[in-house]
Design a binder for this molecule. Structure first.
Ligand code: GDP
Ligand code: GDP
Length: 435
């Protein structure tokens, strides 16, 4: 359970990405002593005192040739939309600048908790420099040195404190799904088509910051939440088309979902970007459904569906388990098949197999194809146990985990898939040495 999301804002070169990297626990490597060094990551996991949270480095979402004010406005807007609290970084060496004052004026209008980090306070002699930042009207300044790792613990404490009043909606009992894909594949159209079906009742739940993208609804007495990465109400802000930002949105939506609909566009075909997006869903271990949209404009004969399916399977080999469905959001074709498919895939991600049954299947598998040997030592599987769901995860207790090679692991996975219906979900197989 993530306790919240925080976002870093501030003018260029104050040390945002240095602090970001400190907070996520990765030393140096990314930041060098050159201004404007490109960032590898802008969205990451942080952990403090057993609490897990997410952090966004808004400075990494850059527009080309954008005047400072627009750049900053974008940072603040993204932080406001995506985060529960904001870390405002200033440079203690520079003192309060006009730009800092401008940012503070924007931040004072938000009602989110703001943590004021005065960076580049590399030694205690500089401590006195932080007090003038009270004039920003943001609250208590915290002395930090991103480079030396000073004050990071204080910032982490404040991050965790800032989530105290974050209300988490009671989504537990609901099936949460998101719709991801590159721009213009039809994500918004698809969400609208789902929500405009007969007997879909859009409900209102008291909520959090991300109401704009979460829509709870009900059909046939089942509760769902659709997380719309495209924005049902498209706002048309320039930055929404920045790839990094759309990736960040997709990642955070995937994280909060049980099932991910990966939308492909039948009109323009499969592109490189589709594979990146689908890769996130797979790596997150969520249920995945491939939705081939705009089926209405595809020229078809009786072979077309087969051909497209083959193409998808060869382009997305890691998603061999994901069902493929052909729809038209525009013409509302086959939209009614989506919720039942989402339910089914969600169930599969939560499937628990009784221990004796799973052991029987693995034993049978070994009789069909005995485990491989390496340098005269044969892999021995003593027993199997399912340790978790979402995705289903199995631990094989073996003589030596190194002996479980890729091909045998895949063979076992296939046997499990033949024995149980895991369609739509990845399954994890872990080998562990028996004590
Ligand atoms: P950003 O543009 O706000 O993300 O800033 P960066 O993290 O890229 O840092 C800008 C510059 O400030 C780099 O040269 C960093 O090495 C330097 N810097 C960052 N934090 C500190 C610090 O705590 N002390 C000092 N002296 N320099 C720092
Ligand atoms: P998003 O950027 O992924 O949210 O895509 P949109 O939902 O905004 O759709 C992009 C364009 O594709 C719009 O012009 C839609 O009308 C069109 N579109 C969406 N779904 C379909 C479909 O099933 N068939 C056809 N022909 N056009 C579609």
């Amino acid at each position: 359970m993530i306790s919240g999301i925080t976002a870093i804002v501030g003018r260029p070169n104050v040390g945002k990405s240095t602090i970001f990297n400190r907070i996520i626990g990765e030393r140096k490597s990314i930041v060098e002593d050159t201004p404007g060094v490109t960032r590898d990551r802008i969205y990451a996991k942080g952990e403090w005192l057993t609490k897990e949270f997410r952090i966004i480095d808004t400075g990494g979402i850059q527009l080309d040739n954008q005047p400072f004010k627009e750049e900053i406005q974008m940072q603040v807007e993204i932080a406001m939309e995506e985060a529960d609290s904001i870390i405002f970084v200033v440079n203690g060496r520079d003192g309060v600048t006009k730009d800092d004052e401008y940012i503070a004026s924007l931040l004072r209008k938000t009602n989110k908790p703001i943590i004021l980090a005065v960076n580049k306070i590399d030694d205690t002699q500089l401590q006195g420099d932080i007090y003038e930042f009270y004039s920003l009207g943001i609250g208590d300044p915290i002395a930090v040195s991103g480079v030396h790792g000073i004050g990071i613990g204080d910032i982490l404490d404040e991050i965790i404190n800032s989530f105290e009043n974050v209300k988490h909606k009671d989504y537990e009992e609901m099936t949460k799904f998101c719709v991801i894909g590159r721009p213009n594949v039809g994500k918004s159209s698809l969400v609208n088509a789902i929500l405009n079906q007969d007997r879909v009742i859009v409900s209102n739940i008291e909520g959090t910051t991300r109401d704009a993208i979460d829509t709870p609804f009900k059909q046939n007495d089942k509760n769902y939440v659709v997380i719309d990465t495209a924005g049902i109400r498209k706002r048309g802000k320039i930055y929404e088309n920045i790839e990094k930002y759309s990736i960040l949105r997709a990642m955070s939506a995937i994280e909060r979902s049980d099932v991910v609909l990966v939308v492909l566009d039948g009109e323009s075909g499969i592109r490189e970007q589709d594979k990146h997006v689908a890769g996130f869903a797979h790596e997150a271990g969520k249920g995945v459904i491939i939705v081939y949209n705009k089926w209405d404009v595809v020229e078809k004969d009786e072979m077309t569906m087969n051909k497209v399916e083959k193409l998808i399977r060869s382009e997305f080999q890691y998603l061999a388990y994901a069902p493929i469905t052909f729809v038209s959001a525009l013409k509302k074709q086959r939209i009614q098949t989506l919720l039942p498919l989402i339910d089914e895939v969600h169930d599969h991600t939560l499937l628990r197999i009784p221990t004796n049954v799973i052991n029987e299947v693995i034993l049978d598998a070994q009789l069909v194809t005995p485990p491989p040997s390496h340098k005269g030592v044969k892999l021995k599987i003593y027993y199997v146990s399912q340790v978790s769901v979402g995705p289903p995860t199995f631990v094989l207790f073996v003589n030596d985990p190194e002996l479980l090679h890729f091909s045998y692991r895949r063979f076992l996975e296939n046997r499990l898939r033949e024995a149980f219906d895991f369609s739509g979900t990845t399954i994890h197989i872990i080998a562990r040495a028996r004590e």
